[in-house]
Structures are given as structure tokens and as C-alpha cells.
Write a protein that binds this ligand. Structure first.
Ligand code: PBG
Length: 324
């Protein structure tokens, strides 16, 4: 009761504010998404993601070494698949000598301690830009699971530490987990995109990988952004099927989902601050409308405060440079 309780007391000087701070950002909190392309000495900027690049494998190795020096301990790999290798059955996704599989091996070679996470979904490999096998404009669930499981296994064989299925097929965690167990990959973790919403914030990412859906949208498999309980039940199912980490995606508009999960599941939560969130801030700060660094930190801390243990973010390097 006022004036016995004055909340301004603990805000009165910086050292005191530092002392009572609840949520902070550390380099170890980050998962850095990386885009791989074929070629030599390639570092090309993604037009809708200023200051963010696709790298050929030689350059990705340098980048990963730099990230490790900065204190980053996890990377999440995505491959940009050449047009002529795309089909409707994920053939290239299973190629043991594909870009992704070579990328995993090379990164493992140069920085063995780095946690390597890999995206598992068919969209970059699909002529239709969809996350699964397409028949008569329908995304076929169980057939897709079989391919995703083989894809996950090929990543594990190449040396991936964490498989990250982003496809939203039903039952894919169980199918991937069984496949990994059968093949002796008991310690390969699964980070499931359990609460992945059908979001328009993914636009720039689809430019980065040239993976826009060729017809329709992803609403028959990704979640309706009007729903909350769906996220809890997806997450619980994924844990029961063998997921180790539960992801919420996108980030900033879905902090209520992070908190809901934090209160109802016993698994570490990851959040993905997606491409559109990155590009919005880059654009606004370029115009001088928002302070890039301040808004970036405010958003990142809010994701920790909401309850996530780790953050996949294109801002990781900017943020780490700022805090260290
Ligand atoms: C594909 C995938 C997407 C993202 C991560 N994995 C796009 C999509 O589902 O269409 C989006 C990431 C981002 O926007 O940064 N399965």
C-alpha cells in the first residue's frame, strides 16, 4: 500500500535495476539459422533480409568458426536446393551426399563442439513448395512421414545432434523417433516445431530458400493463428512421441503460447523469431523510425521472459556483439 510500497525504489539506480533483473540474454541462448547454397566462395545477401546471407560450404565453415568464437553454441541448418533437384518425393532430401548432409559433416569437422540442428521438411526440395508429398493438391500425411524419417536418419548419420522437424505432419515425431532408435541414434535429440502457425511472417525465409508454395497455402497442416489450446495438445503429443525440445513459431506475436506451454509442459521451450520479424525491424530502423538495437534487445528479452530457454534468431550476432 502506498507509500509503504513504492515500486520506483528498485528502479532508482542502474546497479539496483541490474540486481533485480529477472530475464537476461546470454550468447548460449541463441540458435543461429544458417542458409546453405551450392558453389564456392559464395556469400550472397538475401534481398528481403538485409545483412543476412546464404553461404557456400567453404564460407559456412568460416562463419561457424566465427560464431563459436562469439559464444554461439547451436546452429540450425537449411539448404537451398537447386531447381533441377526438386521433385515430389523428396529424392534429394535423402541424398547422403546432398548439400545438407555435406554441410553437417563439414561443420562437424571444423567445430565439433557446436550443436548442429537440422531442418526436416520437404518444402525446399519440393516442386510444389509444400512440406510434404502432394497428390491432387492434398499434402499426404503418412507417406510424408516415411520420407521425413529417412531424411532425419540421413542427417543423424551425417552427424546432426538435433533433428528439427518443421513440417507439421501428424505423427512425424513418433515415426522419426522410432527410426532413430532402430538405427542406434539414441542420443540424437528432436526439437519439434510443435506450435508452428500458418503465418505470413515467413515471407522473407521463402525468398531465402526459394520455397514459396506453388499453389494454395499451408493452412491444412500449419496451425490456425486464432487458436491456443491446439498448441498445448500438439506439444503434449510431441513429447509423448519422443520430442526433447518444443518450439513455438513465430516469436513475438506468439508469446502467449510460450507462456501457456511453460505452464503446462515439462520440456525446454524454443522460440523462433522468424524472418518477417527480422525484416520488419531492419526496414523500420533503416528509415529511422525505430532504434534497431534497443528494439532488438527488448524483443529478445521478452521471449526469455515469456518462458523460452532458447531463441532461434537472425539477430543473434547483432545481439551478442551488443551485450559483450
Ligand atoms: C519450412 C520452414 C519455414 C520456416 C522454417 N522452416 C517456412 C514455412 O513453413 O513456410 C520459416 C522460418 C522463417 O520465416 O524465418 N518448413
Amino acid at each position: 500500500m502506498y507509500p509503504l510500497n513504492r515500486h520506483r525504489r528498485l528502479r532508482s539506480k542502474e546497479s539496483l535495476r541490474n540486481l533485480v533483473r529477472e530475464s537476461t540474454i546470454h550468447p548460449h541462448d541463441f540458435i543461429v539459422p544458417l542458409f546453405l547454397v551450392e558453389g564456392k566462395n559464395v556469400k550472397e545477401e538475401i534481398s528481403s533480409m538485409p545483412d543476412y546471407y546464404r553461404y557456400s560450404l567453404d564460407n559456412i565453415c568460416k562463419e561457424v568458426k566465427d560464431l563459436w568464437k562469439l559464444g554461439v553454441q547451436a546452429v540450425l541448418l537449411f539448404a537451398k536446393v537447386p531447381e533441377n533437384l526438386k521433385d515430389n518425393s523428396g529424392t534429394e532430401a535423402l541424398n547422403t551426399d546432398g548439400l545438407m548432409q555435406r554441410g553437417i559433416k563439414e561443420i562437424k569437422n571444423v567445430v565439433p563442439e557446436m550443436t548442429i540442428m537440422t531442418d526436416v521438411a520437404l518444402d525446399p526440395y519440393s516442386i510444389y513448395g509444400h512440406d510434404g508429398i502432394v497428390e491432387n493438391k492434398v499434402i499426404i500425411n503418412d507417406k510424408t512421414n516415411e520420407i521425413l524419417s529417412k531424411m532425419a536418419l540421413s542427417h543423424a548419420i551425417a552427424g546432426a545432434d538435433v533433428i528439427a522437424p518443421s513440417d507439421m505432419m501428424d505423427g512425424r515425431i513418433l515415426s522419426i523417433r522410432n527410426t532413430l532408435e532402430k538405427n542406434g541414434f539414441h542420443n540424437t535429440a528432436i526439437m519439434s516445431y510443435s506450435a508452428k502457425y500458418a503465418s505470413s511472417f515467413y515471407g522473407p525465409f521463402r525468398d531465402a530458400l526459394d520455397s514459396k508454395p506453388g499453389f494454395g497455402d499451408k493452412k491444412t497442416y500449419q496451425m490456425d493463428f486464432c487458436n491456443r489450446f491446439d498448441a498445448v495438445s500438439e506439444a503434449k503429443l510431441d513429447i509423448s512421441e519422443g520430442a526433447d525440445i518444443i518450439m513455438v513459431k513465430p516469436g513475438i506475436s506468439y508469446l502467449d503460447i510460450v507462456r501457456e506451454l511453460k505452464n503446462s509442459i515439462d520440456a525446454p521451450i524454443a522460440i523462433y523469431q522468424v524472418s518477417g520479424e527480422y525484416s520488419m525491424l531492419k526496414a523500420a530502423s533503416k528509415q529511422g523510425w525505430l532504434d534497431h538495437d534497443q528494439v532488438m534487445m527488448e524483443q529478445l528479452v521478452s521471449m526469455k521472459r515469456a518462458g523460452s530457454s532458447m531463441i532461434a534468431s537472425y539477430f543473434a550476432k547483432d545481439a551478442i556483439k551488443l551485450i559483450s
